[in-house]
Every structure is written in C-alpha cells, then in structure tokens.
Design a protein around this ligand. Structure first.
Ligand code: BF8
Ligand code: SF4
Length: 648
C-alpha cells in the first residue's frame, strides 16, 4: 500500500497511512479486494435486464455476440448508458423536487426556520415563469406560485421544461428538430426505463437520442430548478473566503460534519450550531466552540453561502472519521459510503442518517422534517456536544488551504461588469481579443482508481497555463481548492499572461469555484449568457468552451456529461471510466457522429496533460471557426509615421 499513489492530497496520504497501520479499511482497500474487476462490465457489455440473462458479449469476437433475446453489443452498451443517465437525472432531480417542496412550504409559512433569502432572484424567476409580480402581491404569494410551477416541472403531463427556454434559440431549434426538448423529468426517466427493458428500443442511435433528452431534463430541468430555488431560499452565492481540507477540524472544539447533497439539512445544522444555548453547552462540556465542516456537495453549498469550511471531497469521508476528531457526522443523500458505518464503529463518532430516502442498516436515523427542521438540527448538535467527552486520541492533519468561492452566474456578471452594468461583455471581449482563449468546466468526483485529486488539479493548472479560464464544481472544485487554485494569490502564478492580466484586473482566481454538482446548471446558464452577449456565435456549440471529468464515479457524472454534449459542448472523461468501449458503433457515435446532430461530443483521455492539449486544440478550432484567431496585421512604423502620431 502506497498512500502517495492513492492520493495526491498530503492530508489524505497521512490518514491513509494511519488507517493502514491501524488495520482500518477504506475505499482503496475495498477496491484492491475487488480486483480484478469484471472486464465485461467495464466495457458496458454485461446485461442483467431480464432473467433470461445475465448475458455478456465477448469483446474478442470468439464467444457469444448476442444475448438470449438477440440483443447485440450496440444495444446492450447503449441501454446501459441510457440507464446510467436516467439514474443520474433522477438523483439530481429528486434533490430538486425536495427543494421545491421545502420552497413551497416556506412560501406558505409552513416551514419555520426557512426563509426566502433572495427576493430579487425570486422576482426574476417569477417573471420568467409568467407569475404576476405586481405590487399588491407579497413575496410569499409570488413564491407560492413559483414553487407550485417548479414542482409541476417534475411531473407535468404536457409541455416541455420551462428552464430550457434559457438556451439560445438555435440550440432550442436543434432540440425541436430532433424531438428531444425535455418534457417532465419523471416522464423522461420513466420512458428511459421503459425503452431499455427487454424487447423495446433496440436501435442504439434511438436509445442514445433518448439519453440526450433525459440528460437535458436533468441539466435544464431538475438540476437547474434545484440551483435556482436554493438560491432564492438560501441566498445566491457571492464570492467569499473559506478554508478547505482535513486541517479545518479543530482539536478543541466539537466537530460536526455534514455530508451529502441537500442544503435542507446542512443549512439548519449551521443555524443550530450558532445557537447561544448550545454554544454554552459546548463550553460546559469543555470545548471551545462548535465547528461545522462539510464533505462532498453539501460542503460546496455551505462554503459558497456561509463560508463554512470544507473537510474534504468524496474519498476523504472515511478519512475524516479516522482522525478521531469528529463527534458526529450527519448525512443525507448521495455519495455517502456504507463503509462509514464500519469506520465510525472504530471511533467515538456518531453517524446519523437524516433522509427517509437514505438509511444505513445499524445507523441511527433522525428524520429531518420541514416543520421541525431547526429543532431536529439542534437535537443533532446536542448529541455531538454530549459525545465530545468520549473523544479518544486525535490525529488532525495540518493541511488546509484558503479559497475564494461563490461564483454564481449572477456574481460573475457583477464582478465583470459592476453593479450598474453587470454583464458578460468583459469576458466576451477578452475571449475575442484572445487574452482568454476559452472557458472549461472541470467537474465531478474522486475515484479510488485514480490518484485522488491529481487529474483535476493537473488539468486545471495545464489549462490556466494555456490562458483558459476554469470553472469548477463538485469534488473537483474541492480538489482544486485544497491546493490553493481557488485562491488568486496562489493560483495566478500558474496562469498564462493573458488570463493572468484579466484575473488580476478583476481580482479573481483563474479557477472559479461555482458550487455543487447540481450547480453545473450555472455553467449552462453562463454558456447561454456568453452567446446572448454577442460576438461569439449564435449557439453554445460555437463558443470556445469544453467540459472535463477525469475522476468520475457516479451515474450523475454521466448524465452531466451527456447534457453538456447535448447542449453543444465537448466533454472529456477518463477512458477507463466511461463504460462504452464494448460497442464500436456506440463509441463512434458518442465520440464523433453525435457532433453532427448536436454540436457536442464525448472524448476520452486519461492523462491530464494530454487532455489539456486536446481541449486546447478544440478551443482553438472553435476560435478559428469564429474568425477570432485572425492575427491583426502589425504595422511597422517609420519615422514619418511616428512624427504624425506626435501630439501637437
Ligand atoms: O454530486 S462530484 S463524488 S459528491 S457525484 Fe459525488 Fe461526484 Fe463528489 Fe456531489 Ni457530484
Ligand atoms: Fe440477456 Fe436480452 Fe435479457 Fe439482456 S435483455 S439479460 S441481453 S436476454
């Protein structure tokens, strides 16, 4: 076991080594125990859809080439891909639906503890949705209508996603022509599951077309609604400072970790931890205070809005408990490893599940209900305080980095253009004049098959070196923040001269943290706004942008990748983490043919330096097509010219 091979994060390396010494297991050990993993599964060639199977196709052409029902490699790989997209879309969208429910309850005054924090954004959203915003209507009345309309978007029987209207017109026309404008989220997911049952859709292109529609229902539907409603409910993020990595845990304080995705839980825990009575209780228990820190996307949500520190990303969840310094970890949904229960048993840490959708056998469940969220959160904080006395030996790595985060679409607008002329104009101008070559989103997870954080951070450095602005979300954003890339003071040294000049003038880092994974919808909005601002083409597919996720794990990442592709963007994944290689036709289509239909495509490259080169070449080719790479003719001045320039 070589901790350095497992992670590039020094704090993680320390904890990995310590866990190995203590004989404690983590995700890397469990991966080792799984090796060798099934080769058919890796290629997408295994089908378990009906009980005539499981069937598998021999990739070498010697064994069976058809499943019992006659399905071939193309159908099986495409079906698995669509099912992954449907699951990813469901995860983001069920989160979005949950937010809509709380939003509506808050509007009706049935959710004490939750308030509508950004009424300006509420009014904008209301107007977009056709809700009356006349003076005689209260913010809560308006929010009630917005909440009902938003909730309807998940299951309405007719029409298409309202948020998809934000896409540029030529983009919407492409979707209409292909008949993939996303309808209700639930409908696209149900249809995806129907199409992929035994004996239904058996044309890989037709299956993949529905993958685009389902993914679009995620990006321009469920995820975008989650982001928009969360901004109104909890506040739209604006840049602020925070600290990131395991070193944020405090030796003398009660440490509480919130982990998962829905700010519905974590917002209340943060509020409860600031309660004076509870602070007094913590002091009575011998602690100096109460320290709340986040893991995974919940961490991004809290740091962006409240400056709450981040303890780590996906692969750091078990390591955080192994510090022995965590009194309580409260989890909700998604990316929560069952392995936490085991490691929590080795320490005093109390693990609590809070969502009725996500329980873990043997773990205490305290449901968070809208009506009593704050008092439940206080109960959770109190449990942590009571557990402080049970703390044993503690090892807190000292690594932590300063980060400036909070780049929403609104705040980028404001930073670039100022309060009175907020716009993307300066960004567009700097892309056109070539100081910034283009914009890339680095998104997604940390996978034990890849050295933790290494590819995200290397890719980010390689891109900014090439004058490409990086926007980042999810665990990739945490990876970048851990090594100072979200801190202008530390990151600007890695940026190319053009990008550096612009970032210095505006006072931002060349790597902008834009939030959680549902906040990838902010990147879709940013792309649309760049088009709307003018000078960089009529559609997203013309803009010099790309997306990358070289450490993906979840089905959510596949859905995100597909909605960027279907929105006209090049998306790069690591080769071994995109399970489509078992079908040449599916691969050829997703890596090439799909570009003719949708303007975007997938690419695979596991090496971050080569991925940066590939992305850079793509961005330059987009710039060539736009005609903005034409070198301005340089006039050589002679003496007469110089004299004529002299000011009299
Ligand atoms: O939704 S980046 S490991 S935490 S899936 Fe999960 Fe991946 Fe992290 Fe957030 Ni996104
Ligand atoms: Fe096998 Fe076809 Fe059933 Fe899949 S659907 S398990 S390929 S018989």
């Amino acid at each position: 076991m070589d901790a350095k091979k497992r992670s590039s994060d020094k704090a993680a390396q320390k904890m990995i080594a310590q866990m190995a010494k203590s004989g404690q297991q983590n995700a890397w050990d469990r991966l080792d125990a799984q090796l060798p993993q099934c080769g058919f599964g890796k290629l997408g060639l295994c089908c378990r859809i009906c009980t005539m199977g499981p069937c598998r196709i021999d990739p070498f052409g010697e064994g069976p080439q058809l499943g019992v029902c006659g399905a071939d490699a193309d159908t099986i790989v495409a079906r698995n891909f669509l099912r992954a997209v449907a699951a990813g879309c469901s995860a983001h969208s069920d989160h979005g639906r949950g937010v809509a429910e709380v939003f509506l309850a808050a509007a009706k005054g049935e959710a004490p503890g939750y308030q509508l924090k950004d009424t300006l954004k509420l009014y904008k959203l209301a107007q977009e949705m056709g809700v009356q915003t006349t003076k005689d209507r209260s913010a809560n009345e308006i929010a009630g209508d917005v909440g009902r309309i938003a909730l309807d978007e998940f299951g309405k029987s007719q029409g298409t996603q309202l948020m998809a209207r934000r896409a540029p017109k030529p983009r919407r026309e492409i979707w209409e022509k292909l008949d993939i404008t996303p309808r209700a989220v639930d409908r696209e997911v149900v249809e995806a599951l129907h199409r992929t049952t035994m004996g239904v859709d058996q044309d890989y292109k037709s299956i993949l077309m529905h993958a685009s529609r389902t993914a679009l229902a995620d990006g321009w539907g469920g995820s975008m609604l989650a982001t928009e409603l969360q901004d109104v409910l909890f506040g739209t993020p604006y840049p602020g400072r925070g600290e990131v990595n395991l070193g944020v845990l405090k030796k003398n304080e009660v440490n509480i970790i919130v982990h998962g995705h829905e700010p519905i839980l974590s917002e209340m825990v943060v509020a409860a931890a600031a309660d004076n009575d509870l602070l007094a209780e913590a002091k009575n228990a011998g602690a100096k205070g109460i320290n709340v820190a986040g893991i995974c996307c919940t961490a991004n949500e809290l740091l962006m809005r409240h400056g709450v520190p981040i303890a780590g990303n996906f692969l750091s969840q078990e390591l955080a408990i192994a510090t022995g310094a965590v009194e309580l970890m409260a989890v909700d949904v998604q990316c929560v490893m069952q392995g936490l229960a085991e490691i929590a048993r080795c320490f005093h840490t109390k693990l609590i599940t809070t969502s009725d959708k996500a329980k873990i056998l043997g773990v205490q469940h305290i449901p968070m209900e809208v009506k009593s969220a704050l008092s439940t959160a206080k109960e959770i904080v109190r449990m942590a305080i009571e557990n402080y006395k049970n703390r044993g030996e503690v090892t807190i790595p000292n690594q932590k980095s300063k980060a400036v985060v909070g780049f929403s679409h609104e705040s980028i607008n404001y930073i670039l253009g100022g309060r009175f002329r907020a716009s993307y104009r300066p960004l567009n101008d700097n892309i056109i004049n070539g100081r910034i070559r283009g914009v890339v989103g680095i998104v997604g997870c940390t996978n034990p098959k890849v050295q933790q954080d290494y590819t995200h951070t290397t890719l980010a450095k390689e891109l900014i070196k090439r004058d490409i602005l990086v926007l980042t979300t999810g665990c990739a954003a945490i990876a970048c923040s851990k090594i100072g890339l979200a801190n202008p003071k530390e990151a600007l040294q890695f940026a190319g001269p053009g990008l550096r000049e612009v970032c210095e003038a505006v006072g931002i880092s060349p790597v902008l943290v834009c939030g959680s994974c549902v906040d990838n919808s902010r990147l879709l909005v940013a792309c649309s706004e760049i088009v709307r601002e003018g000078g960089l083409g009529e559609d997203i597919s013309e803009v010099p942008v790309a997306g990358a996720c070289l450490e993906s794990i979840t089905e959510k990442a596949i859905s995100i990748g597909q909605y960027f592709v279907a929105s006209g963007v090049l998306v790069v994944f690591a080769k071994e983490l995109l399970p489509i290689a078992g079908s040449k036709n599916v691969s050829d289509y997703l890596f090439g043919g799909i570009e003719k239909d949708l303007g975007g495509r997938w690419a695979v490259e596991s090496d971050p330096v080569k991925a940066a080169e590939l992305i850079h070449a793509h961005i330059e080719s987009k710039r060539d097509s736009l005609g903005i790479n034409v070198e301005k003719e340089r006039k050589l001045y002679d003496m007469a010219d110089r004299r004529s320039l002299a000011v009299e």
